[in-house]
Design a protein around this ligand. Structure first.
Ligand SMILES: Nc1nc2c(c(=O)[nH]1)N[C@H]1C(S)=C(S)[C@@H](COP(=O)(O)OP(=O)(O)OC[C@H]3O[C@@H](n4cnc5c(=O)[nH]c(N)nc54)[C@H](O)[C@@H]3O)O[C@H]1N2
Ligand SMILES: Nc1nc2c(c(=O)[nH]1)N[C@H]1C(S)=C(S)[C@@H](COP(=O)(O)OP(=O)(O)OC[C@H]3O[C@@H](n4cnc5c(=O)[nH]c(N)nc54)[C@H](O)[C@@H]3O)O[C@H]1N2
Ligand SMILES: [Mo]
Length: 749
């Protein structure tokens, strides 16, 4: 099962934001969701008089600290960013040499940007044309500028296009690979970056290795497991290379087309059991469907330190198992932060009562399923050991195998040494001193070799590769449409033996690109290419010559394999602007999207949704709650800060429906579901939209279901889940639900 929420990592770091001269924030509310990291934003203001620009449909606590606030309509960031690009190109504020040497496809972006005049952007986004011009000038002229995003960009059908256009804006300004620049995605959970890097997802192997025969064979060999055995785990071989279901749509796999639900392509069987480790379930869109999915399972297993409220939502009576997981205070191991740096976590207490750590639960499960030996084999490969030490040998296994993002240097020993020496690093540059000289704080990946010091700023060619420099990765071939994909002349990392663009390094081209001769011994040991070279010969030789093993190419603004080769505006499936739906229709329906037929245009065209559901629905977070919220609502003091589920609503909108401040209101969704919540008058929202936090559960469509909590486990606060009314809609590439761009109807309750 895949968790497809996150998207991207920081190219720079939170500390580096102090170097920014301007900060533009799209769909993120760090004052609430990253309050410690937000300190660095405020320091940039103090140090450089950096201007903060917030682009959000809601006036947030972050907006309150900003110099400029642009209130856009949900789901219209693409027109907004094209509007900025329009003004930038028109005034010649773009970085021409950077684009020429280091970017592919910008000409097509320029063409599209021509269409988005400030007046047109105003009509589509709601942001006044003069405001757009004002902030664009501020941002374009105050370089380096850092671009921040989080969930306001990703939770849309066009989320993946949003996350492409934001870096394109930075590329146009030459803000990539610079201190104080970059695209800095504020990630979610503790270690979500680590979970992403290990690809706890359904469409790749660990370390972003694709689902190809070559990758499977590389892992089989590296794990010391027979490839034929791995193959035998699948129904037939072709299933090895197919994406699985995602977290957002597993329920469709259970319902399997029943009652008009989306059909699946799963080899003729539906999903029968669900094993949950570390997800709240009530945080996923379309709770009524989720409930139906849960009710129809044969078996449900919930591993959680708290009672997972999936157990409360379902009416299922038998074969629901609640396994008490230990918390992260009761275990140890490495965790990865939002800026790609790593730290070692040390156990604080032994697992309490009958709880077990997640790895113990997984090991026990593997034993009962009969593949414990294969499951743990990779940890014994390096020294041909009989047994393994957890978690050190797992960490070393990762370091040995994962080359794609350069984890070679992340051995348990080095990570521990870093964590023991946290006081020996500069807060802004991350540079170490004393015992940590030559290394960066937390060894941000890529860490190409066992002695490399980490790469604090991605794509920075003003540094040597040994000191963390690199160009863009050569990932998509040498040319496209007759245009070279390699970087231009002279744009290689500092002091490199090859001053120009060069391909990714392979066994076949290493002598030519690096200008070296390999010995016969080296020739016999070297791997086929840098991604599978466990001998580390490629990386070591590259370091000596100042070469990045992954090549030096152009960043691509055009993705020729995606439905939209360059990002294009498409109205949300449920749009309040029917006139614009005709002009900017959503995608064609997508069959077999992570095994589920997914609707786009057919849902959008089903009817004029805005007639019945005229109000935009925005969801997001509160500072005192996290995710599905059980952890916090079970805390008396955190629960007291927001004891009830509520809806932020503008007094004038509320007034039209006779809803008083503090009275109850119904919110209806296009899917025919509803929730009953308390109205909270707020000027943070306008009259055309409401805001809901999504941290509640325990009430479902007006009905209190709290009698279903096992005795003694009912949290201090319960309420409706916002996800009961979030609309149908999934990103075209990642399948992230459109939880930030829906419609609703309200009424006094
Ligand atoms: N206190 C607290 N901190 C957290 C979390 C938590 O639950 N509680 N969760 C963690 C996790 S898992 C994550 S992923 C991060 C998320 O961090 P954020 O992304 O900051 O979280 P949200 O509040 O969901 O959304 C951010 C903003 O996106 C805006 N938005 C909605 N639609 C749009 C749109 O179409 N365009 C634009 N530009 N903006 C839009 C919302 O109004 C909101 O202010 O926070 C992490 N930190
Ligand atoms: N409407 C709407 N929905 C959203 C979002 C939104 O903005 N709007 N944001 C989405 C995003 S970005 C995210 S990340 C999700 C977050 O939602 P969830 O992934 O559900 O996040 P949490 O509630 O933080 O954590 C899930 C569970 O993990 C348990 N847990 C904590 N520590 C451990 C541990 O060590 N081991 C185990 N086994 N379990 C543990 C917690 O008790 C909790 O029950 O919500 C998504 N849903
Ligand atoms: Mo998240």
């Amino acid at each position: 099962m895949a968790n497809t929420w996150g998207y991207g990592a920081m190219t720079n770091s939170l500390g580096d934001i102090q170097n920014a001269k301007a900060i533009i924030i799209f769909g993120a509310n760090p004052a609430v969701n990253h309050p410690v990291g937000f300190g660095h934003f405020l320091k940039a203001k103090e140090r450089n008089n950096a201007k903060i620009i917030v682009v959000d449909p809601v006036y947030t606590k972050t907006a309150a600290k900003a110099d400029h606030f642009c209130r856009l309509r949900p789901g219209t960031d693409i027109p907004f960013m094209y509007g900025m690009l329009h003004i930038i190109f028109k005034n010649g504020w773009h970085n021409k040499s950077f684009i020429n040497d280091r970017v592919y496809g910008m000409d097509e972006i320029m063409e599209e940007a021509k269409k988005w005049t400030p007046e047109k952007v105003e009509d589509v986004t709601g942001v006044p044309a003069d405001k757009l011009m004002q902030i664009t000038e501020v941002y374009a002229k105050s370089t380096p500028g850092t671009l921040i995003w989080a969930m306001g960009l990703t939770q849309h059908t066009v989320g993946s296009s949003n996350t492409r256009l934001a870096p394109i804006l930075q590329l146009a300004l030459g803000n990539m690979g610079e201190e104080g620049g970059g695209t800095n995605i504020l990630r979610g959970h503790d270690n979500v970056q680590g979970a992403t890097d290990m690809c706890c997802l359904s469409h790749t192997l660990p370390g972003y290795y694709g689902l190809s025969d070559g990758s499977w064979k590389y892992f089989a060999k590296s794990w010391g497991v027979d490839y034929e055995w791995l193959k035998g785990r699948f129904k037939t071989k072709d299933w090895m290379n197919k994406k699985g279901f995602t977290l957002s749509r597993w329920w469709a796999g259970v319902l399997d087309g029943k009652d008009g639900n989306d059909k699946i392509s799963n080899g003729g069987t539906n999903l029968k059991s669900l094993f949950v480790m570390g997800n709240g379930i009530t945080s996923v869109a379309q709770q009524a469907k989720i409930k139906e999915g849960l009710d129809n399972l044969e078996m449900l297993v919930l591993c959680d330190p708290f009672v997972n409220e999936a157990a409360v939502l379902t009416d299922k009576q038998d074969d629901v198992f609640i396994l008490p997981s230990a918390t992260q205070f009761e275990t140890s191991g490495s965790v990865t932060a939002t800026n790609r740096s790593v730290q070692w976590r040390t156990k604080v207490v032994e697992p309490m009562y009958e709880s077990k750590t997640d790895h113990e639960i997984l090991f026990a499960l593997a034993k009962r399923l009969g593949f414990y030996d294969e499951y743990t084999a990779g940890m014994k490969v390096k020294e041909n050991k009989k047994d393994f030490t957890w978690p050190e040998d797992a960490t070393d296994e990762i370091a040995r195998i994962i080359k794609t993002i350069g984890l070679t240097g992340w051995t348990a020993k080095r990570i521990k040494k870093h964590t023991e020496n946290w006081h020996m690093f500069d807060q802004v540059t991350g540079r170490g001193y004393g015992a940590m000289k030559g290394e960066y704080y937390g060894l941000p990946w890529p860490v190409w070799t066992e002695t490399h010091g980490g790469s604090p700023i991605l794509y920075n060619i003003n540094k040597t590769v040994k000191d963390g420099g690199m160009g863009f990765r050569n990932r998509f071939g040498l040319e496209h449409d007759g245009v070279s994909q390699l970087a231009g002349l002279g744009s290689a990392p500092k002091k490199s033996s090859n001053k120009n663009g060069y391909p990714e390094i392979t066994r076949d081209n290493i002598e030519e690109v690096l200008g070296i001769k390999l010995t016969d011994d080296e020739k016999s040991r070297i791997g086929k290419n840098w991604k599978v070279d466990t001998s580390n010969i490629i990386a070591e030789k590259c370091m000596e010559r100042g070469i990045a093993p992954y090549g030096n190419a152009k960043a691509r603004a055009k993705v020729w394999t995606f439905p939209d080769q360059i990002p294009l505006h498409r109205e949300p499936l449920h749009s309040p602007r029917q006139d614009l739906v005709k002009k900017y229709p959503n995608y064609a329906d997508k069959a077999n999207h992570y095994r589920v037929d997914t609707q786009y245009i057919s849902k959008q065209n089903e009817k004029d949704w805005s007639k019945e559901f005229p109000i935009n629905l925005v969801t997001g977070r509160l500072v005192n709650m996290n995710g599905a919220g059980m952890e916090n609502r079970a805390s008396k003091y955190l629960a007291a800060l927001s004891p009830e589920m509520f809806c932020d609503i503008h007094p004038d909108l509320a007034g039209r429906y006779g809803i008083r401040d503090g009275s109850m209101m119904w919110i209806h969704s296009p899917e025919g579901t509803k929730i009953k919540v308390k109205a909270k008058y707020s000027l943070s929202v306008t009259e055309d939209r409401i805001f809901l936090p999504f941290h509640f559960a325990g009430v479902f469509q007006g009905e209190d279901i709290s009698h279903k909590y096992p005795s003694g486990t009912k949290p201090y606060a319960i309420g409706e889940s916002a996800n009961t009314v979030t609309n149908y809609g999934y990103d075209i590439i990642t399948q992230i639900p459109e939880t930030k761009g829906g419609l609703c109807r309200i009424e006094f309750a």
